[in-house]
Design a protein around this ligand. Sequence first.
Ligand code: AOF
Ligand code: ZN
Length: 343
Amino acid sequence: MSLRKDKSSEKNKAFMKLALELAKQNKGLTGLNPSVGCVVTCKDEITSFGKTDINGRPHAEVVALKNNKMNFKNSNMYVTLEPCIHYGKTPPCTNIIIKKKIKLVNYSIEDFDKRTAKKTKSVLKKNNILAKIGLIKNEANHFYKDYKFSKFNNIPYVTGKLAVSKNNKIYLFKKKITNEHSHKVSHLLRYRNQAILTSYKTINSDNPNLNCRIQGLEKFSPVKFIIDKDLKIKINSKVLKLSSNKTYIFHNKKDKNIINKFKNKNAKLIFMNIKNNSFDLNTILKKIYSLGYANLLVESGPNLLKSFLNNSLINDFYLFKADNKINLKNTVSLNSFIDLLSK
Ligand code: AOF
Ligand code: ZN
């Protein structure tokens, strides 16, 4: 390969890497829509850029090309995901790419949405626009692994977390045993996930806020889902305060008097059928996805987490280990998790 060709492929990679950095900025904040990054160049100079907006719209390409005062004719575009050709909640991005007369569109990987997947290249070709696929595709595949998972399975990508003491014990209820650093990571996880799930037992024992308390990121706190079959949650819990972020409760109660207690509270009750006296977690995940949440943090006591692991419903797992020992009261051993984690 000639030196010149080598140099230009390095430049192309660098522009796509920038696009991926842009996409990373809104990861977890774009609803069911993936976060996409887009860089536009002319004669190897960056002239514009964009990323999918919060909640998923407008799309990255539209953000990058919306400036009507700029001339994008014969520009190159670098997008982390195949630009859409379908009419969804917004018109196809290929419309604006064609209208602005882009010359070449590079995209890292093809979309997993059937309405667009593998179709963009020919749409662009018909309009005399070149498409090149595959720049930094390994990084992009890694970045979109959760989008791919939830798109194919119609359930959120699930992250679990657990804290153990130095002597490998786990509190039955969520008590703090780890340090300031792990506390920050926990709040980062709450920021990165659109939804958080726990059980009424955790709420009743700890009365947590379940919000993100990283300065400046509070508004990205997750929506809360609580599993509470018999509606035993304490009615004065913090998560039911009207000032709190949205709270959904999965329950199986028909008693009107009990249901009425939740009027004027921050709670949307979702009735779910039970089987063998418990909910089917997969059905719960399907419901959460159908409400628009593509990633979920399970922050609960060990029992609910075990049920998730038993059903192979955890995608990523964070284990925090403290450097202090705790006594054995109200704890379970980490050993009971090891087999499940290697499932
Ligand atoms: C892009 N650029 O920035 C994103 C794309 O309902 P809509 O219209 O928002 O379409 C959602 C689909 O658009 C989604 O499933 C995925 O295929 C694609 N996302 N496409 O060209 C973007 N976020
Ligand atoms: Zn689009």
